[in-house]
Design a protein. Structure first.
Length: 529
């Protein structure tokens, strides 16, 4: 009987050990188990050493000069069911000098590959280290698994660095829920209470109009787009511009461009984790609602919805859930993707096909990536409990809404509804097909619209039109069909400009007619484009 009990104990211990090994995706990540003077599971290298410090074991890599790469390699076969991982490790570096190129330093290379070994996009970038650390640091990274990924490669490396050492220890990899991947080093926002004394009514979509939820009266959004928080963490005269646009220009809506990197505190010169940036947006939200107006929080990025955009909306929607004056602009200007990818997601190619009559309107770099689709952004917002109206931009840099009528409309089962967003400039044609047909079925926001005398470099000469003919027709079109609109741009240096200066003097070619339209002047559309 005693022998049988001992056997049972031994079998239990074996099961526990095997289970622990199965759960540990990086075996011997703490480097404590050694075989023949080297940590088990880690390759030997002439420029590396297995060291002990205060009873703790770790690996040290030492640079061998430029053009010499010192690397450890871990290849992990990933379970097909995993959508995201948490990778953590400890790192310390000393005297790391850059080699012949600026990226020749110490780093941890992280790559996804498919079953055949082909590298896939979707990695988090490579954490890099230069100079010297003050001691051991712990790094924690969320990894979103791209479609088709079967292998994760983790490679601590002295990448052709001229000099220095890199110490590594305690590598751990564990599956986590997808929605947690973006929040391992950032605390999710708490719900922001409604400001006292707000005058803004809650909106819902009824047919092709926005109406007050309480009284059913139509609300026509007319205002301006305020730029600069997409290129600066502090912006240019943001609060002053909000006040002026609401009072002197008679706007009832502000489209506020924001960037996720600034929101999460990862922009240049940010050292507070984004606290001041988010507080500034809070102030805009409060100020607009105090005036009885609306603010469209414009996620000012391009191409296609990605997981990083879902992370942004999870936080923003939590923060401003059910604020009656806050509208969520899901993605600024999608382009060079199919309607299928726009709605449902998929691979985005790195070389978009050129089309006749379609011009490249922005110098944003093109890369191969995975899109999660616009519908997923809707779902992410609604999971936070936010009912807020959503605005979804179409294709062709936000202009084309034709696909919405061709089976690619978004679904919103639990919120206040969705309006679709178009950006209209003088070089755009086929107004009827690209946005007016959709306007007969759905609420439309002309989120960007504007003109200027000078031809922009990317516009063919034959596509340029002067403001004196285009502006009255465009404003007349907006008024005839009662399209919601925010004119671009309430800034003296972001073309087409509504302002000549920070005294808020309107530009004669665009600011003057816009200010007049916001004050009630009626324009006639004499010619459809």
């Amino acid at each position: 009987m005693k022998k049988k009990n001992n056997l049972l104990l031994w079998l239990c211990a074996l099961v526990v050990a095997v289970s622990a090994q199965a759960d540990a995706l990086i075996l011997n990540g703490d480097m404590e188990k050694g075989v023949d003077g080297w940590p088990e599971g880690w390759q030997r290298h002439a420029q590396a050493a297995w060291l002990e410090e205060n009873g703790n074991h770790f690996l040290r890599q030492s640079a061998a000069g430029p053009d010499k790469m010192i690397m450890f390699y871990q290849s992990i076969r990933m379970p097909a069911s995993a959508e995201a991982y948490k990778l953590s490790f400890r790192v310390r570096w000393e005297g790391v000098e850059v080699g012949r190129e600026k990226w020749h330093d110490a780093r941890v290379i992280i790559d996804f590959k498919d079953a055949s070994g082909e590298k896939l996009p979707g990695g988090p970038g490579h954490p890099s280290f230069k100079g010297s650390s003050k001691g051991w640091e712990t790094r924690t990274i969320g990894l979103v698994v791209p479609p088709g990924a079967a292998i994760l490669e983790i490679m601590p490396t002295l990448y052709n660095a001229s000099a220095g050492t890199l110490d590594i220890d305690d590598f751990e990899l564990m599956p986590i829920p997808l929605e947690e991947a973006g929040f391992l080093e950032y605390r999710l926002s708490e719900r922001m209470p409604l400001p006292q004394g707000i005058k803004t009514p809650e909106l819902v979509v009824i047919g092709n109009r926005l109406v007050g939820k309480a009284d059913g009266q139509e609300v026509w959004l007319q205002g301006v787009a305020i730029a600069s928080l997409e290129w600066s963490a502090v912006g240019d005269n943001i609060l002053k511009s909000v006040t002026n646009s609401l009072t002197e220009w008679h706007a009832n809506v502000i489209r506020l461009a924001v960037k996720p990197n600034f929101w999460f505190g990862k922009g240049p010169w940010q050292s507070d984790g984004g606290l001041k940036y988010r507080a500034l947006v809070d102030e805009v939200v409060w100020q607009v609602q105090q005036h009885g107006g609306w603010v469209v929080i414009d996620l000012h990025e391009y191409r296609a919805p990605e997981q990083k955009h879902a992370d942004f909306w999870r936080d923003v929607a939590t923060r401003y859930a059910n604020h009656p004056g806050v509208i969520f602009g899901l993605l600024n200007e999608p382009h060079d993707i199919t309607w299928e990818v726009w709605r449902n997601g998929g691979w985005v190619t790195d070389k978009p096909k050129s089309k006749d009559g379609v011009v490249a309107e922005n110098a944003e770099p093109i890369k191969r990536s995975v899109s999660i689709g616009m519908q997923q952004l809707v779902e992410v917002v609604r999971k936070t409990g936010a009912r807020n109206i959503l605005s979804a931009g179409g294709l062709d840099w936000g202009y084309d809404l034709a696909g919405v009528l061709e089976g690619f409309a978004l679904t919103d089962k639990v919120g206040n509804g969705i309006m679709y967003e178009s950006h209209v400039y003088p070089w755009k044609r086929e107004w009827q097909k690209r946005f007016l047909d959709a306007a007969a079925e759905y609420p439309i926001l002309i989120g960007e619209v504007g003109c200027q005398p000078e031809r922009m470099p990317f516009i063919p000469p034959e596509a340029h039109e002067m403001p004196e003919t285009w502006a009255p027709d465009m404003l007349g079109c907006i008024q005839r069909y009662r399209l919601n609109w925010t004119a671009w741009c309430f800034h003296p240096r972001s073309s087409p400009c509504l302002l000549l200066d920070w005294e808020y003097t309107p530009t004669p070619y665009w600011g003057v007619p816009v200010k007049a339209a916001l004050a009630g002047k009626e324009f006639e559309m004499e010619k459809m484009r």
